[in-house]
Design a protein around this ligand. Structure first.
Ligand code: CUA
Length: 308
């Protein structure tokens, strides 16, 4: 069965996104109504019989009514409508809710959970338990990004040197796509985030598995990964800790996308990605490994694909 993935700001996986969606529909309806009124008036002007002294008087009423009073009323209503839910949308989640630290980088997301006083890291993927308030602590490590999961909440800027916050409570399980909503350089459009809203038990299992890390083995890909220098940027906790410049790859094989949405995550695409990432994602900082023999590239891809 094909997995349903929610992209749209008009699909509501949380009360917070519903609040924003409702304002959208009210404004669309008001806009449609004004358009109909305008067209009707235009027909009247073309086909009615507006001449003489009384027509001039009526024109003045239209100008003052339609050009001053009506817009002032409409703009005031829309300001009230859009400001009213802000306190709720910007409120901090209650204490005891799940805190997730997310920072934006060109062009991927560093994701950290607090587990037993320690930070456990992953990248470009967030798991959330359904019906539990989630509190996001947001920051940036380079330029300004914007954190946006359209079906779950509004946007929040990620600003270097500052912490911003966003809270929402996911109400429906499923996969939700997030994107960076502030232009941040060449691959701004390839800065995708996947949010999986799951049952509490599944979340606990996922987090336990993530925090326990990977286990060293004797896969040739594991050796090739270290010898080729991948470990100076990427961490695979439990096997190669330390690399912080690039995304943490501890559970890489279980992710649906690679390169923050540059490609689907499968063996053949991962092989192509390691060989020449720049041809799939402009400006990406990861160097290509065209110099490696094909079988070595393949064994690295196989090993990474097996990390779950
Ligand atoms: Cu990050 Cu646009």
């Amino acid at each position: 069965m094909r997995e349903v993935v929610h992209y749209s700001a008009l699909t509501f996986g949380a009360g917070e996104s519903r609040l924003i969606g409702e304002i959208f529909w009210i404004l669309v309806a008001a806009g449609a109504l004004i358009w109909i009124m305008f067209v009707a008036l235009k027909f009247y002007a073309l086909h009615g019989n507006p001449a003489g002294e009384s027509a001039r008087k009526r024109a003045r009423i239209y100008l003052i009514g339609g050009g001053v009073i009506f817009p002032v009323i409409m703009v005031t209503i829309s300001i009230i409508l859009t400001l009213r839910p802000l306190p709720q949308l910007l409120a901090r989640a209650p204490s005891g809710s799940l805190t997730i630290h997310v920072s934006g980088l060109q062009w991927w997301w560093r994701v950290r959970y607090e587990v037993g006083g320690k930070m456990v890291e992953t990248a470009n993927e967030i798991y959330l338990p359904v019906n539990r308030p989630a509190n996001f602590e947001l920051s940036s490590e380079d330029v300004i990004h914007s954190f946006w999961i359209p079906s779950l909440a509004g946007k929040m800027d990620m600003i270097p040197g500052r912490k911003t916050h966003l809270s929402f409570t996911p109400r429906k399980t499923g996969t939700y796509v997030g994107n960076c909503a502030e232009y941040c350089g060449a691959s701004h459009a390839l800065m995708r985030l996947e949010v999986k809203v799951v049952e509490e038990k599944e979340f606990e299992d996922w987090l336990r598995n993530l925090s326990s890390g990977a286990v060293p083995g004797n896969h040739p890909g594991e050796r090739a990964f270290a010898i080729s220098g991948c470990t100076s940027c990427h961490a695979v906790r439990g096997v190669f800790p330390g690399g912080e410049l690039g995304p943490d790859l501890t559970n890489f094989g279980s992710r649906r996308i690679l390169g923050a949405g540059a490609m689907r995550n499968d063996l053949e695409k991962l092989h192509r990605w390691i060989k020449d990432p720049k041809s799939h994602k402009p400006g990406v900082k990861m160097p290509g490994f065209k110099n490696l023999p094909e079988e070595e590239l393949m064994s690295i891809a196989e090993w990474l694909g097996g990390l779950r």
